[in-house]
Design a protein around this ligand. Structure first.
Ligand SMILES: [Zn+2]
Length: 326
């Protein structure tokens, strides 16, 4: 069954004691609460990026966020995609995974896609990034063998077309990886090409090799993941659209999406909310929709917006489970 990892950022919390009447205010004694505090069995795991948490803070991360489930780590290559080199070493990255008691960690990659910079990247630069990804994968593998880190290492497959993905996957298979992670692409057709290219190499291997797909959870590709036997993927799109999308902020399992009222822009006070015309009535059984009622559709402040994001993750899981049990 394909496992779904939710990418987690330190800002993905709510204040436990907050109530609607508190609106935009906050009390100093309030405590942080996370999605899994409310829905402990919802997630298959979380993805924590090296770029999101410091080496110092990762040591107590599990205790700080009260998370005992599966953690997958990655370098956060998207955050440094405009750089020429990753801003830390392979050793630093592996120490990060080990100190955070992660279950899985990905090799130190560089995004090798033309769209990482305005105007694109020349072909020799794409090739350099792919080679750097492979060199780092080999270094990470050697370090893992030498120090016997207590997590499983995933080799990142980078590329910009089917041929380059396949070349990268072939090299990782030859190195000995048993779990590879295909770097995401904006175009779904290219992701499918990358999956096919990787699977072509995996078929020739003398051992089973698992596949993770990075950063792509578009509902249209979920049936494909299930059909192709993809082992895991991650996506935070539905969570972040709750406050980042201009139009679609509140989702449900059947694919309906609604726009939240921009109360900040139109200057509504809490008393005026009752007179709004809501796009939909709230029937979702998740604790966030139940707690906020119609106000979960109010685009106003971190507390409402993040709760709406948590609701979206809950609905995303219902959607995923519908595909997984087919
Ligand atoms: Zn809900």
């Amino acid at each position: 069954m394909v496992r779904y990892f939710l990418p987690w950022w330190p800002s993905d919390y709510i204040w436990k004691e907050w109530r609607i009447d508190d609106d935009m205010t906050k009390q100093p004694h309030w405590s942080k609460a996370y999605l899994w505090d409310y829905l402990p069995d919802l997630l298959d795991g979380i993805l924590v990026s090296r770029m999101a948490v410091s080496l110092r803070k990762v040591k107590t991360l599990r205790q700080d966020i009260r998370y005992s489930g599966t953690i997958l780590g990655d370098s956060g290559a998207h955050s440094y995609r405009a750089f020429d080199q990753p801003p830390f070493s392979c050793q630093d990255l592996l120490d990060f995974y080990a100190q955070g008691q992660f279950n899985y960690g990905m090799t130190l990659d560089m995004v090798a896609s033309p769209w990482v910079r305005p105007g694109g990247l020349p072909s020799n630069e794409l090739e350099r990034r792919l080679q750097l990804t492979l060199t780092n994968a080999e270094i990470c593998l050697e370090l893992c063998d030498r120090y016997q880190y207590p997590f499983q290492l995933l080799g990142v497959v980078q590329g910009w077309d089917a041929e380059s993905y396949q070349r990268c996957a072939r090299a990782l298979v030859q190195m000995g990886f048993e779990y590879v992670a295909i770097a995401g692409q904006r175009k779904l057709s290219l992701i499918k090409d990358a999956i096919r290219a990787t699977q072509a190499e995996i078929c020739n291997a003398d051992r089973p090799i698992k596949i993770h797909v990075l950063g792509t959870g578009n509902p249209h590709i979920l049936p494909y993941y299930v059909e192709q036997g993809i082992d895991s993927f991650d996506s935070s799109t539905w969570l972040r659209k709750a406050w980042l999308d201009n139009r679609y902020n509140y989702f449900d399992v059947s694919g309906n999406c609604h726009t939240a009222h921009r109360a900040t822009r139109i200057g509504l006070g809490p008393l005026d909310v009752d007179s709004l015309e809501w796009a939909t009535s709230i029937t979702c059984p998740c604790p966030f929709s139940q707690d906020l009622g119609q106000q979960i559709l109010l685009f106003r402040g971190h507390e409402r917006n993040t709760r709406r994001g948590f609701h979206n993750v809950y609905q995303y899981y219902q959607l995923l489970n519908a595909h997984r049990t087919l």
